[in-house]
Design a protein around this ligand. Sequence first.
Ligand code: 4AD
Ligand code: MG
Length: 445
Amino acid sequence: MVKYPLEFSIGNRLERMRAMQISELRYHPEERVLVNGWVLHHRSSGKIDFLVLRDGSGEVQVVIREPDRSRLLVVLEQVQQEASVAIQGVVQQDPRSPGGLEIIADGIQLLGSSEEYPIGPKSHGVDFLMDHRHLWIRSPRQAAILRLRAAIVRRSRAFFDSHGFIAADPPIITPSFAEGSSTLFAIDYFGEPAYLSQSGQLYLEALAMALGKVYAFGPTFRAEKSKTRRHLSEFWMIEPEMAFCQFEANLRWQEQFIEAVVQGVLEECQAELALIGRDLTPLRRVLAPFPRITYGEALKILSDRGLGLHYGEDLGAPHETALAEAFDRPVFLTHFPASLKAFYMQPDPNDSTLALAADLLAPEGYGEIIGGSERIYDYELLRSRMARYGLDEKTYGWYLDLRRFGTVPHSGFGVGLERLLAWIAGVEHVRETGAFPRTLTRLWP
Ligand code: 4AD
Ligand code: MG
């Protein structure tokens, strides 16, 4: 149990005592407490008032009976949804209330009023809610999603930290692109053109040559012209990069990572997942190894399902969904035609027109959550690829240097945090997976 050193009391209407978090109350049955929070609901029967208070650590029902109610009426009349209050009273066990506890209050102080809070119990349109995102994040469902996000971040870092990866931070302001020039956000860097990072990968390759196994976890930016439920223009990516690692081992890292995060979140976040109403059955099945199919095999499965693609065409969202439906857990799609993928990908030794790349497709229509590959480590091969893609040696000379000085086979991947969270939480659209999402049509609030 956490003890807060703070002695806390606001104003002169309440006894001076240490404020407690709602999550601590269960350790203090029958004790007198002071709790600060926001009011989720307030209802009054005329004789008795019920408040549900939240403080970020939990929720608790507060009951105010006569004669305290009459004495506190002036304050109670001002206590509306999302008002901030300090409450004083005695903790009682009550199996009927959520969490099995309630506070029988005899003191309340209004800290901040909340007149005409715009988000009520009635349903609002998405645009309205997104315009009020700064308030919408207070709602229990949105807050639960943000808690899940924090748990995924924690579990992800724990996975890599405990497997010998060094956390490394590639730059966000970059002089060149990593994932194609069409989705760059350009900025003016003291008169020189520069870009917001689309991926830390190229720098992570350099870091892997210094530190062995590394990972980055940070924001990435893509000027995506797509208005889909999977695309953000700012998102967070978990990017591991491993020296002395080839294609097969790269896939094994990915499936172990996904299994660890999903099973960890299932264990740690039962309350959040229940609040959101997530069906846990498909998540419980997320155990390595994951099935693998090649791009060529995928085309056959798709054509059997009436979604034919010509060889060399890229998959869209409907194709990814249809493929994922054929399996009961995430599926790796491998060996793409090199023309569909980035310049740095190692060719398949059995067919150099194919790239040793894999996308990991999530079940239930969530699409690609990981993109990864083995990287080209041969100097001449990378030079010729770069020439073919029109990348000049001046800009990328430092990247070529990695192949001139002690080059080794290496591989890595990038996990989109918001897509991973959307899938784990079972939320339809990535706009609900970050506090203030940035999309093609939204920069505010
Ligand atoms: O497949 P991508 O483009 O791969 C890379 O950037 C590699 N350089 C990563 C690496 O190997 N280090 O992106 C990786 C993942 C995707 O699978 C997806 O989950 C997510 O990043 N992603 C997006 N998420 C939300 N909005 C977007 N616009 C996204 N673009 C990619
Ligand atoms: Mg990709």
